[in-house]
Design a protein around this ligand. Sequence first.
Ligand SMILES: [Fe+2]
Length: 302
Amino acid sequence: MRFNNLHPRFGREVTGFDVRALDAEAVHVIRTELARCGVLVFRDQVLDDDALERASRQLGDGRLEEPARTWSHAPSTRFVSYLTGFRDESGKPLGVADNHTDYWHSDQEFRCDPATLASLYCLVPPTRGGATSFATTAVHRLSLPAELVERVRPLWSTRRPAPTHDNVDHVEVSHPVLLTSPRGDGEFLYVSENTERFIGVSDEAGDVLKAQLLHHCLSDRNVYAHEWRMGDFVVYDNAQVLHRRETFEGMRWLKGTKIFAPLEYFAVPAGEVVGVESPAGRDTGETELAASGTAIEERGNV
Ligand SMILES: [Fe+2]
């Protein structure tokens, strides 16, 4: 197993390893690297849905979350989602197919206790464009002003599911803004473009604070844009990176899983339910999942 840096601040490429051959030692090495760098890109993997699900369970605590849109679920398992414009022989969409630029988001951020690790496996790369861009939220990598960090330290912020999420409780949930690694890998901002409000902060001041935090996270020098190759298996920690899908043309096929993180390695945002969402709640983000083949215009889905 060989590691190469993807970006000066975060993310590593992994070569010379078949994730179908995970054993206890490899799992420890991979978890440790992922906890440190936020994104791992394994090249040249050959994974069917069973192998994708099995590797995901091994890298996490054994549990997977069902993706929030049921029409993305793979035929053989509800724990693998299909993100593609391809259709089956009857013309039925195989998954969700959005191809527009997404919100910057954290997968599962609309759940009270989110599965914060996620994988994406590339079966067919897009013809043109379609990178998945990542940005680290690690405080020690962002050179954040100390007073800003201290200001957000006691704060909690909220998110809500999108109207089209049909496999989630439609409640507003809150999480701490600042997460701490259990292994001394630093602190991470848990704020995205889908952040609704900061509890105890006025809407106006909250909007300013959110813009200030995202300005630091989303500067060009803080973004790694992953251009997909066939066989890429990408695992990322949503507690320490934001991501979004970039616009693309043509067809592609990614498959994804949502993985509960082992608490001894990863910061996990334990949340609380704030209130029941109004029917007109705004849209939020979720990896690659959207209303493919429908008239729904939706953002917030890498
Ligand atoms: Fe996502």
